[in-house]
Ligand binder design. Structure first.
Ligand code: CO
Length: 162
């Protein structure tokens, strides 16, 4: 496993669309292992492949209880109820803003061996899933932010960047 460097806003790679994963091989597994290690080192709640320069539909999420690996993820159901809360991004260091996200959703994805599964997410996890899936379409949370939080007034929060 290896730590990969995380691209920062302004890098054009973060704005590109990604392609579906078609081959579930050792190369993919290395990418996933590296992304998990990189996410943990950066103390992030999630990481998307474009953030490490790979234009494929791959996301890792640390729910606090387990690590989720989502390959070719698609949100198949989302609540109409929205939540407005704080969001940060490992690719936008030093900034936090308030973003609307669905309270809960169901995401369909493949695992590292290509097996399709559905998983439900709510509250913080729903937020992280939306944030990471946006990365796969070249969208950053700064595109959706309602307003930014003054970093000096920001209280020490449990939430991590993604
Ligand atoms: Co992010």
């Amino acid at each position: 496993m290896a730590i990969r460097s995380i691209l920062v806003e302004g890098d054009p790679t973060l704005r590109k669309k990604t392609r579906k994963v078609e081959v579930f091989d050792a190369h993919l597994h290395t990418l996933l292992d590296d992304m998990v290690e990189t996410m943990r080192k950066a103390d992030g709640a999630g990481l998307a492949a474009p953030q490490v320069g790979i234009l494929r539909r791959v996301v890792t999420i640390d729910s606090g209880e387990e690590v989720l690996e989502l390959i070719n993820p698609v949100i198949i159901e989302r609540s109409s109820d929205q939540q407005l809360d704080e969001e940060g991004c490992l690719s936008v260091p030093g900034k936090w803003g308030m973003v609307f996200r669905p309270v809960s959703l169901t995401v369909r994805a493949q695992n590292r061996f290509g097996r399709t599964f559905d998983t439900e997410a709510d509250e913080v996890l729903s937020r992280v899933v939306c944030h990471e899936l946006d990365h796969l379409d070249g969208i950053l949370y700064v595109d959706k932010v309602e307003y930014y939080i003054d970093p000096d007034k920001r209280e020490e929060k449990e939430e991590q960047d993604a």
